[in-house]
Every structure is written in structure tokens, then in C-alpha cells.
Design a protein around this ligand. Structure first.
Ligand code: ZN
Length: 136
């Protein structure tokens, strides 16, 4: 078993934002020594999540709309006593802090429509992604 690590920085654009980061991950993957294995992508933040889904532009807006509908920003959340971003934390618990993707021939194994999406809840910010490749 062989382990490789990488770090990717992403600048999100808006307060609520869904970004296709698949090519950024691919670029980082090419700089790592990978062949057959799995790639764990971890987001060490509490107001941004990572998911796998389609990156059709209308769907990206639909995801933003869904999160805004499920967790409206202007509610009397308790966390807003110490911070003003409770809605971003609550939207984050509906997503995930990591995804794991199979790697074959040094590339991501994704379905035809699958992309890796970063779901920003409290942007715009510089976000960090920690990559851990485990080779078989
Ligand atoms: Zn907070």
C-alpha cells in the first residue's frame, strides 16, 4: 500500500455557491504519483461541503435553491448569537465533508455525468481540500 498526499486551494465566488472542482482535482492528481487505488478528498471546514453530482448549470442553481429553501438564512438560529452563519453550518450538515473516488490509470473513475462539486455556504472564501491517495 502506498499513500500520497496533496492540497488544493479553491476560491469560492459567492456566499452560496456550487462549484465544479473536478478538473482542479484532476490537475492535483496528475502531480501526485498515482495508478490504481482510491482518492479521499476531505474539506476541513464547517460551512462548505463536497458532493458528487451532475454539473449542468441549471442543476447547480437548483442545488443552491434547495439549500436556501430547506435552511433559510433569516431564521432565529441559536448559533447566530456567536456568529452570523448558522444557516451555512446547517446547510453543510446536509452535504458531506468528504468524498472517496476510485482511481484507475491515474485518473478519477466517474460516471458519465458525475462531477465533484464544492458546496459553499459562507463565501466567498479561500477553501482548502486535502487529498489522500491510497494506492493498491
Ligand atoms: Zn459559525
Amino acid at each position: 500500500m502506498r499513500v500520497e498526499r496533496g492540497v488544493v486551494s479553491v476560491r469560492t465566488r459567492r456566499k452560496t455557491d456550487v462549484l465544479d472542482i473536478t478538473e482542479l482535482i484532476r490537475t492535483a492528481l496528475r502531480e501526485m504519483n498515482t495508478s490504481e487505488g482510491i482518492l479521499h478528498i476531505y474539506v476541513p471546514h464547517t460551512t462548505v461541503g463536497i458532493v458528487i453530482n451532475e454539473a449542468e448549470s441549471g442543476l447547480l442553481h437548483d442545488i443552491e435553491s434547495l439549500l436556501e429553501k430547506l435552511v433559510p438564512e433569516l431564521e432565529a438560529y441559536e448559533h447566530n448569537r456567536v456568529d452570523s452563519n448558522a444557516h451555512a453550518h446547517l446547510r453543510n450538515v446536509l452535504t458531506s465533508s468528504f468524498v472517496t473516488v476510485p482511481i484507475s490509470s491515474g485518473d478519477l473513475v466517474l460516471g458519465t455525468w458525475q462531477r465533484i462539486l464544492l458546496v459553499e455556504g459562507d463565501g466567498p472564501r479561500e477553501r482548502t481540500l486535502l487529498l489522500t491517495y491510497v494506492g493498491l
